[in-house]
Design a protein around this ligand. Structure first.
Ligand code: CTP
Length: 224
């Protein structure tokens, strides 16, 4: 049980940003990658908290599941869940923008051709939540994969980034497989072949374990 005694917080799914009581802005995330990570971490002996936006997946056993809908709720739930945690893995697809005003009643179709929604930025959980845990981000990109992922890793103070090219066949949203590259703080890139999301999860957790072991060693050496 290589992650015994570790508390790992994983996020999954795509957030929903309410427009009115019946409508929202969403995205195509299925939650499969985040759930696979949570289950793989549980199987390695970790205590796992899964903070999940709505998905069609059933609750995994042996995992604390916290349900949220919006990006604002995501940040609040992750802030609470990561207090004292060892690792945060943000696999959720969090909306970058939310409607400035949420209509209290269902918006009716007016005469005229269109409707303009004013959007404001959401909080960035990965970048803003404080804590001394191992921080892992995900980047789903359709162009300039490595350049974008590297920039996000630095900006969001991460130890590791999982980058996937959503234009690659059998990779990205909704499918059971993923083709990813793992990028670390030193700029090293590990291009993994196409594999199941469960296998990707274990590859990510191998790296997380290395990072945790490195931290333990540094603490020990520093304390001597
Ligand atoms: N993320 C987050 N909060 C947000 C947006 C993103 O915590 N409001 C996290 C995601 O969970 C992911 C990482 O940040 O782990 C990168 O998400 P991504 O959407 O690719 O990055 P953005 O900074 O939003 O960049 P862009 O959408 O412009 O590509």
């Amino acid at each position: 049980m290589s992650l015994a005694d570790k508390h790992i917080v994983v996020t999954a799914g795509g957030t929903r940003e309410a427009i009115d009581p019946v409508r929202y802005i969403g995205n195509r995330s299925s939650g499969k990658m985040g759930y696979a990570l949570a289950e793989a971490a549980r199987d390695r002996g970790a205590e796992v908290t899964l903070v999940t936006a709505p998905t069609t997946l059933s609750d995994p056993s042996g995992i604390e599941v916290i349900r949220i809908e919006s990006a604002v709720q995501m940040k609040a739930a992750v802030t609470e869940a990561t207090s004292g945690a060892d690792v945060l893995i943000m696999a959720a697809a969090v909306a970058d923008y939310q409607p400035k005003k949420v209509a209290g009643q269902k918006i009716k179709k007016e005469t005229g051709d269109g409707l303009t929604l004013e959007l404001i930025k959401t909080p960035d959980t990965l970048a803003e939540v404080e804590g001394n845990f191992v921080r892992v981000g995900f980047a789903a990109e359709s162009q300039d994969l490595l350049v974008n992922a590297r920039a996000k890793l630095q900006k969001k103070r991460c130890d590791l980034f999982v980058a996937n090219d959503i234009t690659a066949p059998d990779s990205g949203f909704e499918v059971d497989t993923n083709k990813v590259s793992l990028i670390d703080k030193d700029g090293q890139v590990d291009d993994l072949p196409l594999m199941s999301k469960r296998e990707v999860a274990h590859k990510v957790l191998d790296r997380v374990e290395e990072l945790l072991n490195k931290r333990t060693k540094e603490k020990k050496d520093g304390g001597q």
